[in-house]
Design a binder for this molecule. Structure first.
Ligand SMILES: Cc1cc2nc3c(=O)[nH]c(=O)nc-3n(C[C@H](O)[C@H](O)[C@H](O)COP(=O)(O)O)c2cc1C
Length: 198
């Protein structure tokens, strides 16, 4: 089972500084684009950051986290997650590559949605999740570590301003060579997550 990336993958929060070859980045993006999507709309876009571009982008993320911590938070119930967001930022600084993920069909989560648009957004988000999972599992197969990141939401405005985009920022993936080998994290039993009506 441990050769199967579904079972061997872990979230990685310690990365080596070794660079990731561009061919490997292309390979994980190729896996990402094979995911299913509503009417094959492929509403994903991957922005690959490294070097100074990554440093600049992450300084915007840091600004957003600090604004949420010290200003008027736009996500008041999530303020408790700020220490975790700071740790995620540290991981993103350590990883040689950070990939931001956009929903090209989506709008800012701070804008209202009618019922139709909410259903479209759910379907597009599912497709992008499938695409991100393809990317992450391919990375695992290639010996690369990843972290799936949603803490970009603490700096939504700062990051989308930096990107000059109207598209929806879904999250990020940190990518690089793992510098830790975490134990398997607990999972619910099949009996807790499935009901059989056979
Ligand atoms: C949608 C999503 C968002 C996540 N966001 C973060 C994040 O911002 N920071 C972080 O450290 N981990 C993040 N994670 C990783 C989870 O904490 C991790 O998957 C979970 O604890 C299970 O551990 P495992 O991936 O090693 O099995 C995220 C995972 C998902 C699927």
């Amino acid at each position: 089972m441990s050769n199967d990336p579904i079972y061997s993958r872990r979230s990685i929060r310690r990365f080596k500084s070794d660079p990731v070859a561009p061919e490997l980045i292309s390979e994980v993006l190729d896996a990402a684009r094979m995911a299913p999507s509503p009417k094959n709309s492929q509403p994903w876009k991957y922005l690959v950051f490294g070097g100074e571009h990554k440093t600049d982008m992450l300084s915007c993320m840091q600004e957003g986290i600090e604004r949420e911590e010290w200003g008027m938070p736009v996500l008041p119930r999530s303020v408790i997650g700020i220490p975790d967001a700071k740790n995620t930022l540290r991981v993103m600084q350590e990883a040689p590559i950070v990939i931001l993920v956009l929903n090209t069909n989506g709008k800012s989560p701070f804008l209202p949605l009618d019922h139709d648009d909410r259903i479209i957004e759910v379907c597009d988000t599912l497709a992008i999740g499938a695409s991100m999972q393809n990317l992450i599992l391919k990375a695992e197969e290639l010996g690369l570590g990843t972290l799936w990141i949603a803490n970009t939401f603490f700096a939504y405005e700062e990051l989308t301003d930096y990107l000059q985009t109207e598209a929806q920022l879904i999250g990020a993936i940190a990518l690089g060579y793992a510098n830790e080998a975490p134990m398997k994290r607990p999972r619910k039993e099949i009996s807790e997550i499935a009901e059989f009506r056979l």
